[in-house]
Design a protein around this ligand. Sequence first.
Ligand code: ADP
Ligand code: MG
Length: 270
Amino acid sequence: MIEFRNVGKTYPDGTIAVGDFSLVAPSGKTTVLVGSSGSGKTTLMRMVNRMVTPTSGSVWIDDLDVATVEPVALRRRIGYVMQEAGLLPHRRVIDNIATVPLLNGVKRAQAHAQALELMELVGLDQAMARRYPRQLSGGQQQRVGVARALASDPNILLMDEPFGAVDPIVRAELQTELLRLQRELHKTILFVTHDISEALLLGDQLVILRAGAVTAQVGSALEIVSNPADDFVADFVGLTGERRLQLRRVDGVDIVVDGAGRPLGQVAPS
Ligand code: ADP
Ligand code: MG
């Protein structure tokens, strides 16, 4: 479980990125923070691994206040996937994936064997192990980023717009892969996106944010689409206006369709 207790962040230049935010992200579930650019999503996420220090409040992992954990040790226990995979350009794929285990003192042969298994897990051909990041497509780089984040077998995975920089078809593939992975792994995932369709697809719990990380609504995709808290949420989700999203039940599965009846994706079961 990750818990934000009344956290706030005012940057040194006076920007109030987060006013007063509280949330419980349950263990083994995917919680998606969704909001417009600048709403404070990255700031919140980085509080978990102490890349950002809150100016008020605290962040807890189970019964541990993260402020009491040494940052380097903390980060080795938390997987982190960034928008631009953030791979080390001069290291081969296999060494990128094995980075944290190697830092943790795992023997090279063992770290490499494990990295090859992870490549398989995230759907990467093991023949790519010897390549450098620039020799991979954007989607493949993101898979390497996910494999690297999983390498230390962390309970927690932080994913900051991880599929934002790839084209829509690859993004859909990566989203499907993440759903499959999560069915196997049951990590506590905190996922950030500005894309409501992605949030509806991936989130067991969605947190819709306004500017300043003000919570507009927390709930499952089904709860939010069927019962938006207010006009802001309805507009953001696209229930009004041009998109006019609706829920439709097909063969016992809830899917989101747009105003023209085009299916946009399945809603995460609640
Ligand atoms: P999001 O990830 O939702 O786009 P961020 O958490 O990155 O939002 O940013 C929230 C707000 O804080 C924005 O107004 C942004 O400009 C500001 N901000 C982010 N990082 C810094 C920083 N290091 N210094 C000053 N302001 C910042
Ligand atoms: Mg961000």
